[in-house]
Design a protein around this ligand. Structure first.
Ligand code: G3P
Length: 218
């Protein structure tokens, strides 16, 4: 399973790259706005740090304008994945990028029918939003299972499932159990994955006992 990090903050990316667990990065217009930085400069900096896929989202509404914007974003670096909203115009643009061999991430997916359409349009990734579905009272992770079953039924649907809008570590475990190809994870939650109180207490006790021996390994 691949881990992408869901952030536009360069320092957070640099920090997590040290773990060697980061396979890619996703951004969106809200994350770029939060960073207060220029989108092209930010995407360029991220692509200098990581050779894996970096999603940069178009903000146009019509397919032709999405294609124009996507080409500009993809020209920043070869690992830029053009992120496109799940609308009919978005799917049309997605199909154009498929024919141009430019990778895409179709975002704002909230149903299996939308995921089926994105795969038929040739999306490289589909981003179902787990946390936002939970917020609306629907069990978000169930959507990952539905999409996995549909995609696995057909050899010609090769879109990767990128679980997005992850809110806690349990989401990651659940989507991993359901066969998501990728989870895009906020930096804090990726760091939380390692936490267990028994590990912390166990280590504390080992070190206390070791001190009583007066020994040194180095
Ligand atoms: O990048 C898309 C997605 O991960 C957004 O998450 O927390 O804003 O619902 P969130």
């Amino acid at each position: 399973m691949k881990f992408f990090i869901d952030t536009a903050e360069i320092d957070e990316i640099e920090d997590l790259l040290k773990t060697n667990m980061v396979d890619g990065v996703t951004t969106n217009p809200s994350l770029i706005a939060k960073s207060g930085k220029d989108i092209k400069e930010t995407i360029s900096k991220i692509c200098q740090l990581i050779s894996g896929p970096v999603s940069a989202e178009v903000t146009a509404i019509t397919s032709s304008e999405m294609v124009e914007e996507g080409k500009i974003l993809h020209a920043i670096a070869p690992n830029v994945v053009v992120k496109i909203p799940l609308t009919w115009d978005g799917l049309e643009a997605c199909n154009k990028f498929y024919n141009l061999k430019i990778p895409t991430n179709v975002t704002l997916c909230f149903s299996a029918s939308q995921a089926l359409l994105a795969a038929k349009a040739g999306a490289t990734y589909i981003s179902p939003f787990i946390g936002r579905l939970d917020d609306s009272g629907i069990e978000g992770v169930e959507l990952i299972g539905q999409i996995r079953s549909i995609y696995d039924n057909y050899d010609n649907l090769n879109t990767q499932i990128l679980a997005a809008s992850i809110r806690n570590t349990n989401h990651i475990i659940q989507v991993a159990m359901l066969g998501a190809d990728v989870a895009t994870i906020p930096p804090k939650i990726l760091k939380d994955l390692i936490k267990h109180p028994l590990t912390e207490i166990g280590l504390e006790n080992f070190l206390k006992d070791w001190e009583t021996t007066g020994q040194k390994i180095r």
